[in-house]
Design a protein around this ligand. Structure first.
Ligand code: F0G
Length: 477
C-alpha cells in the first residue's frame, strides 16, 4: 500500500534562512544567492504517527514490497520527499546496494576491519542514481502538476552525474530532454559512453569540472532549465537513502560504525549526514555513527577547512591537480555550506563524530588495486575510502576493531583506465603515482597469428594447450 502521509516541503536558505515553496525550481536563494536545503515542515506529524520502533517496523516491512514506487530509495518515502504520488516516481532499480565484508586476507594484511557498500551496483553504476531518481520523480510531478510541454535537464559532471541524468532522462522521455556539460578529457571513456548511449546532448569544454559548473549555474540563473547537479536539493534528498540503508542493514544500530565517504562536490556527505540526523530525530536510530569524509591531497578544500583549529577556519577553493579519484576532483564544492551547517548539527548530537581525512594519490591507487585483487569492485573513490581508513587508523582515530563502512561510490569498470596506467607504470608525472610491479597484471600472448596459420586447427589447439600447461606448470595425468 502506498503511504498516505504527505509532507509540506519548503526550500530553506542556508544563508539568510528565507523559505520558499516547492512549486518552482530553485537552486539558490532568490534573495541572497546561497544554497538551499529542503525541509518537511510537517515532520512533527511523523513523530505523532509513531515511535522510532514503529517506523523501523514500517521500513522493515517495506523491504518485501512489490509496489514499484517503493522498491528503491522510496522505501523511506516519509523521510525523503513525501510529496510525490506513485505515478511520479521513477524506479530503475536504484538503491539497496550490497554491503560486502572485506576479504579476510585483505583485512588481516591491512590490520583493519571493514565492509564495502557497493554503490557502483546502482543502474548507471554509481550512487548518483539515488539522487537522480528523486530529482526526476520531482520533475515528473512538476510537469504533471504544471502542465509543462517541454523542459531541459542539464548538468555539469565529472562523469557519473551525467551518466545518471542521461539514463533517467532517456527513460522518462518527453517532455524532458537532457544535456550534459563535461570537462574535455577528464571523464573516463566508459563514463562518456553512458550519456552518449542514452542519447543525451553531450557537450565538452576545456577545463575542469569547476569550469563546467560555473556555466550550468549561469544557465540555470538565466534560462528555463532544470539543473540536475546536487546543487538541486532534490538530489540531496534521494541520496539520504544511503544512510537509511546502512542503518537498516545493521539493524538500526549504527553508533559503533565508522563511515568513510569520498568528498568532491560534497553533495553525498551532506545527504548522508542529513539522513542520519532525520532518523535520529525520529528515534529510528538511538545514536549517530562516526563519519569520515576523504579527500585527495590533489583536491582537498574541505579537508583544508576542517584541518585548521575551529577559530581559524576559512573556506577557500583550491586549484585541483590530476587525481585518480577523478570523479571527486573538485576545487570548489557547491555543497560546502551544506557540509558546514549539517556538520554543526551532527556534532551537536555527537561531538567529534564528523571528521575529514586527507590521502595521497599513491595511497588511493594502491588501495584500489589491493581491494580489487581481493575480489572487490572498488572504483578509485572506493579505493580513496580504503586509503582514508588506513590514514585514520594510523592517526589513531579508528581502532583495530572499529567496523568501517567504505562507500565504493561507483563501479570499478568505470575507472579501469587508471588500473591500466598502474599496470603499465605509465602515470603522467602530475599524478605522482608509481606502480608496485608485484601488483602489475597483463595478458600473456600464447601463440602468434603466424603460428596459428602455419598448422591445422587441431594441432593449434594442442600447441596452445601445451603452452598453457607449461606456463602454469601443470602435471600431466
Ligand atoms: N564518487 C564518485 C564516483 C563520484 O562520481 C563523485 C561525484 C563523488 C564520489 C563525490 O561525490 O560530489 O557528492 O561529493 N561526482 C560528480 C559528478 C561531481 O559529476 O559525477 P560528491
Amino acid at each position: 500500500m502506498f503511504p498516505t502521509y504527505r509532507g509540506k516541503l519548503e526550500y530553506v536558505c542556508l544563508g539568510c534562512g528565507k523559505r520558499y515553496g516547492i512549486d518552482e525550481l530553485l537552486y539558490t536563494c532568490p534573495s541572497c544567492g546561497k544554497v538551499l536545503l529542503l525541509e518537511d515542515v510537517n515532520r512533527g506529524q511523523l513523530k505523532e504517527l509513531g515511535s522510532g520502533e514503529y517506523w523501523r517496523g514500517v521500513f522493515d516491512q517495506r523491504a518485501a514490497t512489490r509496489e514499484t514506487a517503493l522498491r528503491g530509495i522510496f522505501r523511506y518515502y516519509e523521510l525523503l520527499a513525501p510529496v510525490m504520488d506513485p505515478q511520479d516516481i521513477v524506479y530503475l532499480g536504484e538503491g539497496h546496494t550490497p554491503v560486502v565484508e572485506g576479504a579476510k586476507a585483505l583485512q588481516e594484511h591491512l590490520g583493519a576491519h571493514f565492509m564495502y557498500k557497493n554503490d557502483g551496483q546502482n543502474p548507471s553504476a554509481s550512487f548518483k542514481d539515488r539522487g537522480m531518481a528523486c530529482a526526476f520523480s520531482y520533475l515528473r510531478y512538476l510537469v504533471r502538476s504544471q502542465g509543462w510541454k517541454e523542459i531541459l535537464g542539464i548538468c555539469a559532471s565529472t562523469g557519473d552525474t551525467s551518466a545518471a541524468a542521461a539514463m533517467y532522462g532517456a527513460y522518462v522521455g518527453d517532455p524532458i530532454k537532457t544535456a550534459v556539460l563535461l570537462p574535455q578529457g577528464k571523464v573516463t571513456p566508459q563514463q562518456l559512453s553512458q550519456p552518449l548511449g542514452n542519447g543525451a546532448m553531450v557537450m565538452e569544454i576545456p577545463g575542469v569540472f569547476d569550469d563546467c559548473m560555473k556555466v550550468v549555474e549561469y544557465l540555470a540563473e538565466h534560462y528555463r532549465v532544470a539543473l540536475l547537479n546536487s546543487k538541486n536539493s532534490w538530489r540531496i534528498l534521494g541520496q539520504e537513502s544511503y544512510a537509511c540503508e546502512v542503518a537498516q542493514w545493521f539493524g538500526w544500530e549504527v553508533e559503533k560504525l565508522c563511515l568513510f565517504v569520498p568528498v568532491g562536490n560534497a553533495g553525498n556527505i551532506s545527504a548522508i549526514m542529513s539522513g542520519f540526523l532525520k532518523m535520529h530525530e525520529l528515534g529510528i536510530i538511538k545514536g549517530l555513527p562516526r563519519l569520515f569524509g576523504v579527500q585527495s591531497s590533489h583536491a582537498d578544500p574541505v579537508w583544508r577547512y576542517y584541518s585548521a583549529p575551529q577559530e581559524k577556519r576559512v573556506y577557500e577553493p583550491v586549484a585541483v591537480r590530476p587525481s585518480v579519484a577523478q570523479a571527486a576532483m573538485i576545487g570548489n564544492p557547491v555543497s560546502f555550506p551544506r557540509v558546514k551547517t549539517l556538520a554543526e548539527r551532527y556534532e551537536s548530537v555527537r561531538p567529534g563524530a564528523f571528521q575529514v581525512v586527507q590521502v595521497e594519490e599513491q595511497a588511493i591507487m594502491d588501495a584500489t588495486i589491493q581491494a580489487n585483487r581481493h575480489g572487490h569492485i572498488a572504483c578509485t573513490q572506493g579505493g580513496e575510502c580504503l586509503a582514508g581508513l588506513l590514514a585514520a587508523r594510523e592517526k589513531g582515530l579508528v581502532a583495530r576493531d572499529d567496523l568501517a563502512i567504505l562507500d565504493s561510490t561507483a563501479h570499478s569498470l568505470k575507472f579501469s583506465g587508471f588500473q591500466d596506467l598502474y599496470f603499465r607504470d605509465a602515470f603522467p608525472e602530475a599524478y605522482e603515482i608509481k606502480a608496485d610491479h608485484a601488483l602489475a597484471n597483463r595478458p600473456v600472448a600464447m601463440l602468434s597469428e603466424k603460428e596459428k596459420a602455419s598448422m591445422p586447427a587441431e594441432a593449434f589447439t594442442h600447441a596452445v594447450a601445451d603452452a598453457v600447461a607449461e606456463r602454469l606448470a601443470l602435471h600431466r595425468l
